[in-house]
Design a protein around this ligand. Structure first.
Ligand code: PEP
Length: 255
């Protein structure tokens, strides 16, 4: 069944004490204030994950995700972290294909397809990010870009594997810039993504898929975005670092 999801991507922010503090605040506020079926995911840096997974076990409203994983299970890859390692500390989700990974770490669709496979083999649901740059939007190639990201990164999966994927449409020009796609611009792409998934996997898979919007989403614009029929929630960067803003975004769904 399609889920309403808000996922927080902390990126490379917050030392250990501050991270545990923020997570505790979020858990308490979600428990006290959030009614309904929203699914909340928090994606801290690697070093916080073990402790945060332990805290998350004490209630059932917030899940934990990582921000990346390596495609191999183990081996001589200094500095990397694998999907089975994440699974072993209790992580349930992993962000893959974030534009910052594509841009700064040269991650391409072929590599991301391998990471997706490794995540799924270890019961991690990928939150798979796709989206166009400003140049691609301006030269009108953005539908092709998104089509290719889907085809090369995900469409090798079987239907039952794909059912574990969450998609995030994140126009690169809106990430961390304060520029947000209008609800109409976002809906247009979300509908396109769902149609691509429908053509590949059929109606059931397409209507069950959660597609999140990401890019300067905040408590002021979330309600309008989340009201669109193909927008099932948000992947939140900057605003996920403030518990009040993050929880207000979670409460923005019209239930
Ligand atoms: C992100 O990093 O996924 C993101 C959407 O960031 P921001 O909300 O800060 O634009």
């Amino acid at each position: 069944m399609r889920k309403k999801i808000v996922a927080g991507n902390w990126k490379m922010n917050l030392d250990y004490t501050s991270g545990i503090g923020l997570f505790s605040e979020i858990v308490n506020m979600v428990n006290d204030e959030v009614m309904g079926e929203q699914h909340v995911i928090v994606c801290p840096p690697y070093v916080h994950l073990g402790a945060i997974c332990q805290l998350a076990k004490t209630h059932n409203k917030v899940s934990v995700g990582a921000q990346n994983c390596h495609q191999a299970q183990s081996g001589a890859y200094t500095g990397e972290v694998s999907a089975p390692m994440l699974q072993s500390v209790g992580v349930n989700y992993v962000i893959l294909g974030h534009s910052e990974r594509r841009q700064y770490f040269a991650e391409n669709n072929a590599l991301l397809a391998e990471k997706v496979n490794s995540a799924l083999q270890h019961q991690l649901s990928p939150i798979f990010c796709i989206g166009e740059t400003l140049d691609q939007r301006n030269d009108n190639s953005y539908f092709d870009v998104i089509k290719r990201q889907l085809a090369e990164g995900l469409f090798h999966l079987t239907e039952s594997q794909f059912a574990n994927v969450v998609l995030a449409y994140e126009p690169v020009w809106a990430i961390g810039t304060g520029l947000t796609a209008t609800p109409e611009q976002a809906q247009e792409i979300h509908e396109f993504i769902r149609n691509e998934v429908r053509s590949k996997y059929g109606e059931g898979t397409a209507s069950d898929l959660s597609i999140l919007y990401g890019g300067s989403c905040n408590p002021k614009n979330a309600a309008e975005l989340f009201a669109k029929p193909d927008i099932d929630g948000g992947l939140i960067g900057g605003a996920s670092l403030k518990s009040r803003d993050f929880v207000d975004i979670i409460k923005s769904f019209s239930l």
